[in-house]
Ligand binder design. Structure first.
Ligand SMILES: Cc1cc2nc3c(=O)[nH]c(=O)nc-3n(C[C@H](O)[C@H](O)[C@H](O)COP(=O)(O)OP(=O)(O)OC[C@H]3O[C@@H](n4cnc5c(N)ncnc54)[C@H](O)[C@@H]3O)c2cc1C
Length: 575
């Protein structure tokens, strides 16, 4: 058996949306990062192995301009450019490539974390088994981030954690049961089917369940055929880790029985449809939740989570599934109202008792009630970015995770905003280079470009609007060193850009027409403008161009969009 040892600044365990965003943000902030993922692909529940669409604070586009930006938005825009047919394999490729091309990331795929060594209250190393190479990898790191969903490092490190529902009185949560229990939300196996255009017979496997009538599915609509049913859910009354294989077997009986029902029992419009894929790896909703310095609760969510140390946000309802899942005859979930947005404290992202352990995603520090909202993957991505950026700051200043929250909170929030994360109620601060320069636009009022808010909020667009061919520029009287110029462009935050098999007419299949496609950057030295860089085919909201020169002006000229005549930008700043 091979045994290899490695040393990194940060080791992220789990490569779902939370883990991948944590790894990428930390790497971009200068940390050397290992990401250990037990599957061949990244994305967790959103990958081609499970195919759940990423939801978040905009609730499928119902709350305009509330979408999570930053790394997740970068994935989405790249996906729109390259994946018009909405193939989950191409989505996998986009996620894989973002880790592959990030110079500070080392990927350990097909690699399952199964052991940890401690040095007092700190994690010293983890060990992971790589299935494809028959190798044990031992990884030492200054900081570990558990984004495994199942919270694998909790039992391995002695970190405090919780499973199940809190008693109503514990945090004063009105939607929780009187008495605490160990029940969770369950897991699900989905399917995917396609319309072949001609009749397709289906014979169920002998072990599939039999559902002769619709009575088997009370309160459970089964009208769409493309992507399976989230309410095919079990395991919430079992052990959501130890019983997974047993639960999977039961779920597959339901899935095939369900398809038999759609094909062979009554007219469901499924005659020409054929099963294309069935999910054999159950998608999990809830298992261990860490206890952090703060536990996010129903009350925090309902009161908008206006924490001083707000580093991430959510906005999904508290979507609390019945633990009995498919076997529960009532409605399978209750959507308890939640505001969008609500803030999430940095203290929910690091362990209360293990000094160098962070977490994000569904194993973050939240009560069951709050987690029924924070678990969606847009929110998991927002938390992942925050955890990764905080880890990089701790490493850079050689301080503890707790100290980041005390002495470096402004830096953490500002670094997140520079990665184009959205932090509700927070403003981006600019240096004198941007703040004190003369700002001009060839048309329109350019001041919103440095108002520090980079999306429409309430009735204020916080944007400069112009036409194709227009330019914006900063100038000074004397030469200044400019490292780079950043633009925050319009990715149509009011539209639906989800990677999903659910066919919605409103769902975009290409880069939004509002996005700037081609632009040029010019620099001025000694009063003379000269061409500097030409960017073609841009699809990203955050576009950054290296300058690295002494200049007395920087200008951007917008040459084209992906279709719109109007050009919009939310920010233009220099550093
Ligand atoms: C059927 C279903 C429908 C859902 N619907 C939605 C929806 O519509 N929209 C939405 O946004 N969310 C939805 N959710 C919730 C959401 O998918 C999860 O809460 C989400 O996946 C959380 O992201 P994560 O990154 O924390 O965890 P995960 O996506 O679970 O990612 C964790 C990753 O860590 C890996 N891992 C686990 N253990 C180890 C280990 N020991 N070593 C290395 N790697 C490990 C896992 O394989 C996985 O890839 C749904 C969930 C289910 C199951």
């Amino acid at each position: 058996m091979n045994r290899l040892n490695h040393k990194f600044d940060l080791c992220v365990v789990g490569g779902g949306m939370a883990g991948l965003c944590a790894a990428i943000s930390a790497a971009r902030e200068g940390a050397r990062v290992a990401i250990v993922q037990d599957r061949p692909v990244f994305g967790g529940n959103s990958s081609s192995e499970i195919r759940v669409h990423v939801c978040g604070a905009d609730r499928h586009g119902q709350i305009p301009n509330m979408r999570e930006t930053g790394i997740l938005e970068e994935f989405r825009m790249e996906n729109l450019r390259r994946n018009p047919s909405r193939s989950f394999s191409i989505w996998d490729t986009v996620l894989y490539e973002k880790a592959l091309l990030e110079p500070n990331i080392t990927r350990f795929l097909n690699c399952s974390c199964l052991d940890a060594k401690m040095d007092g209250p700190r994690v010293k190393s983890i060990t992971a088994w790589q299935l494809t190479t028959y190798t044990y990898h031992t990884i030492e790191a200054d900081i570990f981030a558990d984004c495994s969903g199942d919270g694998i490092l909790a039992p391995l490190t002695g970190a405090l954690y919780r499973v199940g529902r809190e008693a109503r009185g514990e945090y004063g949560e009105s939607i929780e049961p009187e008495v605490a229990d160990s029940k969770t939300m369950g897991m699900t196996c989905l399917f995917q089917a396609k319309d072949t255009g001609s009749p397709q017979p289906f014979e169920p496997p002998s072990w599939a369940n039999d559902y002769p009538t619709d009575d088997s599915f009370p309160h459970r609509g089964h009208h769409w055929l493309e992507m399976g049913y989230w309410w095919v859910e079990l395991g919430g009354e079992d052990d959501s880790i130890a019983d997974t294989e047993k639960v999977r077997d039961e779920l597959l009986k339901i899935v095939y029985g369900m398809w038999d029902h759609l094909k062979n029992h009554g007219d469901h419009g499924a005659e020409n449809w054929a099963l294309d894929w069935v999910q054999f790896l159950p998608g999990k909703r809830e298992s261990r939740r860490y206890i952090g310095e703060h536990v996010l609760t129903q009350n925090d969510v309902e009161s908008e989570g206006r924490f001083d140390d707000l580093v991430a946000y959510g906005g999904w309802t508290m979507d609390d599934h019945a633990p009995a899942g498919f076997r529960y005859p009532g409605k399978p979930t209750i959507f308890h109202p939640a505001p969008s947005p609500y803030g999430i404290s940095y203290r929910c992202l690091y362990s209360k008792n293990i000094e160098n352990l962070m977490f994000a995603g569904r194993c973050a520090s939240a009560s069951h009630a709050a987690m029924s909202s924070t678990r969606v993957m847009g929110t998991a991505s927002s938390m992942g970015m925050a955890a990764g950026t905080a880890a990089a700051i701790a490493i850079k200043h050689r301080v503890s995770l707790k100290e980041v929250g005390k002495a470096h909170m402004d830096e953490l929030q500002q670094r997140l905003l520079r990665q184009d994360a959205y932090l509700p109620w927070a403003k981006m601060h600019f240096t004198d280079l941007t703040q004190r320069a003369v700002l001009r636009a060839s048309s329109g009022d350019p001041e919103p470009l440095r108002d520090g808010i980079n999306r429409p909020v309430d009735d204020n667009p916080h944007a400069w609007s112009g036409r194709i061919g227009d330019s914006i520029e900063y100038t000074w009287k004397d030469l200044r060193h400019v490292a780079d110029a950043s633009l925050v462009l319009d990715s149509a935050l009011h539209k639906l850009v989800q990677m999903s098999y659910l066919q919605r007419d409103s769902q975009l299949r290409q880069v939004p027409e509002e996005m700037v496609k081609d632009f040029r950057v010019e620099i001025r030295a000694g009063g003379h403008w000269q061409p500097w860089r030409t960017v073609k085919g841009n699809c990203y909201r955050l576009a950054r161009v290296d300058i690295g020169a002494e200049v007395d002006g920087v200008r951007v000229i917008f040459d084209s969009t992906w279709g719109a005549q109007t050009v919009r930008a939310f920010a233009f700043y220099l550093e």
